[in-house]
Design a protein around this ligand. Structure first.
Ligand SMILES: *[C@@H]1O[C@H](CO)[C@@H](O)[C@H](O)[C@H]1NC(C)=O
Ligand SMILES: *[C@@H]1O[C@H](CO)[C@@H](O)[C@H](O)[C@H]1NC(C)=O
Length: 326
């Protein structure tokens, strides 16, 4: 009986900690500081729309806050009704909570609507970049943290890198300025399965916005050849340099990769050789498109799918962010 009560208590505690949306205190703060139009809470997505915040405004923050940025069609937290791409950061957040982090040190908001059927329409556009940049700025200011960590997955990696480096985003349709670099505020940036050099599967699909040559994932015209140049076992920097010098790919990505200023004190990249999204359909090698240039370290998994590199690596995420250990 006692055991049952204790279990129920622990279980309900856990639920209150890891179930979503921003706390009332953070919501009030966002309203006060004019962030209402960014709608970071995303109540339209129920409990999966967002996460984080203090319970009371006087609550202390003990850990460096972590911001999680999800990928295309995903949501801040798991949403069963949206399908398998909307697994969110639920596993990571639950793991960090078991390690002593509190909900006021872990932050996520949803970008996009979590609808998988719209995946091909999404790009690194000004509206998304500006809104996510505002989120990072808001968390920095709300927590009064001198530095934060960012963990990003898939398209969240290439959005996150730009949010930090700041500067201009220009496509044929729009132009915007994101502001100064935020690199001095970022301790660790962990990029899980990002398509930093584009996606081979986009090579012949440039009519889809997600694959476009300006701010999409167009990998250039010689993806299969390039993947051989930089095979899964050859992720050294000379190989990256070879890619950088020779290849023309999406302008947004080229600009990001040519920017030699570091985006954080520690930059880690991690991916799986069995990733079905990053692999090239022709050569079946998952290339180092997931290797962020000038990474401090990287980790290569096998037997993990694209989504599993986020869902099943919480312990590694924790070790990289907290201990800078890979
Ligand atoms: C999942 O998303 C839908 C909107 O698409 C929302 O109505 C629902 O509440 C969400 N489910 C959960 C468990 O948050
Ligand atoms: C915010 O942090 C600075 C130092 O980083 C400190 O001087 C200040 O008192 C803090 N403010 C609050 C409200 O905690």
């Amino acid at each position: 009986m006692m055991m049952f009560i204790v279990n129920t208590l622990i279980f309900s505690l856990f639920l209150t900690c890891s179930s979503g949306t921003l706390t009332k205190d953070f919501q009030h703060w966002l309203k006060k500081y004019d962030y209402s139009k960014d709608d970071f809470n995303r109540a339209d997505l129920g409990h999966s729309g967002s996460y984080g915040g203090k319970k009371h405004s006087f609550d202390k923050i003990h850990h460096q806050p972590v911001i999680f940025i999800h990928g295309n069609s995903d949501t801040a937290l798991f949403n069963e009704s949206l399908g398998e791409l909307a697994s969110g950061w639920t596993n990571s957040i639950e793991y960090f909570l078991t390690k002593g982090y509190r909900p006021n040190e872990l932050y996520a908001t949803t970008w996009g609507d979590g609808n998988q059927l719209m995946a091909l329409t999404r790009t690194h556009d000004c509206a998304t970049l500006k809104r996510l940049r505002h989120f990072v700025e808001a968390v920095l200011s709300y927590t009064n943290a001198t530095k934060i960590d960012i963990i990003a997955h898939s398209m969240g990696v290439t959005l996150g890198r730009k949010i930090i480096s700041g500067g201009i985003v220009a496509t044929s349709e729009e132009k915007c300025h994101l502001g100064e670099s935020l690199h001095s505020k970022i301790d660790t940036f962990l990029g899980l399965s990002g398509a930093n050099y584009g996606l081979c599967s986009c090579e012949s699909l440039t009519n889809y916005p997600v694959c476009n040559k300006m701010n999409g994932f167009w990998p250039g015209d010689t993806c299969a050849k390039e993947t051989e140049l930089c095979s899964e076992n050859d992720v050294s920097i000379p190989c990256q340099d070879k890619l950088q010098d020779k290849t023309i790919y999406a302008k947004y990505l080229m600009k990001l990769n040519k920017n030699t200023k570091p985006i954080a004190n520690h930059v880690y990249s991690a991916w799986s050789i069995d990733d079905e999204v990053l692999s090239s359909p022709s050569s079946e090698t998952s290339i180092s498109t997931a290797l962020i240039p000038k990474s401090t370290g990287h980790k290569i998994y096998s037997k993990l799918t694209h989504m599993q590199t986020k869902e099943q690596t919480a312990e590694d995420q924790y070790n990289m962010v907290v201990h800078h250990f890979i």
